[in-house]
Design a protein around this ligand. Sequence first.
Ligand code: SGN
Ligand code: CA
Length: 519
Amino acid sequence: MKKQLCLIPLLVILTLAACKNSSPKQVTQKPPNILFIFTDDHALQAISAYGSNINQTPNIDRLASEGMLFKHCMVTNSICGPSRAVIQTGKFSHLNGFKTNEDKFDNTQQTFPKLMQENGYQTAIFGKWHLKTEPKGYDAWKVLPGQGNYYNPDFKTPEGNEKIEGYVTDIVTDLSIEWLEKQRDQDKPFLLMSQHKAPHRRWLPNDKYLTKYDDKEIPEPATLFDDYNTRASGAAKQEMEIDRHMDLIFDNKVLELIDSTNLDQYPEYKKNSYARLNNTQKEKWHAAYDPKNQEFLESDLKGEALVKWKYQRYIKDYLRCVASVDENIGRLMDYLEKSGLAENTIVIYSSDQGFYLGEHGWFDKRWMYEESLHMPLIVKWPGIVQPGTINSDLVSNLDFAETLLDMAQIKIPEDMQGESLRPILEGNTPENWRKSVYYHYYEYPAVHMVPKHYGIRNDRYKLIYFYETDEWEFYDLETDPQEINNTYELLSNQELIGEMKEELKKLRQQYQDNTGKAV
Ligand code: SGN
Ligand code: CA
């Protein structure tokens, strides 16, 4: 108790003296707890609160009805490790040093959990981390090595490795609840980051959901058979098509196709995915997939019909993984209610980037197009956020570190590059709020072969520069929300494009990005 009493006056002073955006009137009596629930590759198109036409997420919707849903939260670099590094540091990839999944996070640098820890918060992280070096700034942590596994996963802990039997989404929640209930210091406010592997590729659902949607046909996206006609050259050269690159064995789980001719191609799958299941889990797996696979093999599908089948198998497994996420968000919210913590706990839901659920014929992310640029962001803040609000401002994962520090009434360092979302959460978007976001993707050549690019998006238009081939794309999101008409060459767009190039130059300067070719 004593420690907490000391913390409050200190936080008040810090708030009055130095917060970038907040006003002193909002200082609460007790610093709030923060529960940050984060997933991997969860697209807005699969969340009913975002208007999904293919999925129901009752618990995420419940969170949205109690908080604020951000329609336009955008990632600065649509890939896992880089998105997480931006969140930790509040700085773009070129400054935090983690530009691609191949990089290693410099864990000696300033991060928001370290600052929270130094300012009296108790901090913990469980689940997916993906920054390679050990988590720093956390009083407690158990993280998945690399991508982690869905079934019976291993965890890295300060005490060494630990294998936990069960399904990863349930386990991450179990670890989170256990820490809240039994391990944390009850006298301190907390930051708990509960970070899921799901619904990352290769989409292994919990055994209880293996037959969910079996009796349904999931609607296809309008651009499943995109021909990439108007685009720069990269779109046709990528390797993320359901048609050509989604693997019937790896991804679609037709294990019957493994035979002596291809056995060597699948050792990793055998080792890390299906092979990790215990006998009971395998039995359920076979009971669910074998009959469906038989039917598929007998139908001998080709061409478009095969793509349609692969899409159904893919999307159903993806949504089954999301079902576990939604269920576990409900479990955590119930726990907060039951324990009396809900009243002073901010709950945030987000995911490292968006994902293609068949749009443009794709799975995966990386591009600056809408589906992978957007991240879900929902914030419940009792007493501050008006329940059930929808916000349309342009916000970003670049803002998370500053927002969380501001929520905790901790001074925001000058060198962070985002903005605190606190005024927006209070219902007062500042007049000078950003009018455009800046994006830069670097991982090429690499898996899925998406070329390097940077660009700018405002509330209506998007300009993308594939600088290694010197190609541009320009989209009007109002008249072409699916981004199928690149109108960069159109004469009538030239003035607007010129203005956006100027703005792009300014943003690169403002954010100190000298990487890639100049505009
Ligand atoms: C793995 C996946 C890719 C995925 C990257 C990055 N292949 O390599 O499909 O793009 O991770 O994902 S898999 O065969 O292992 O599933 S990220 O979310 O971690 O950035
Ligand atoms: Ca991801």
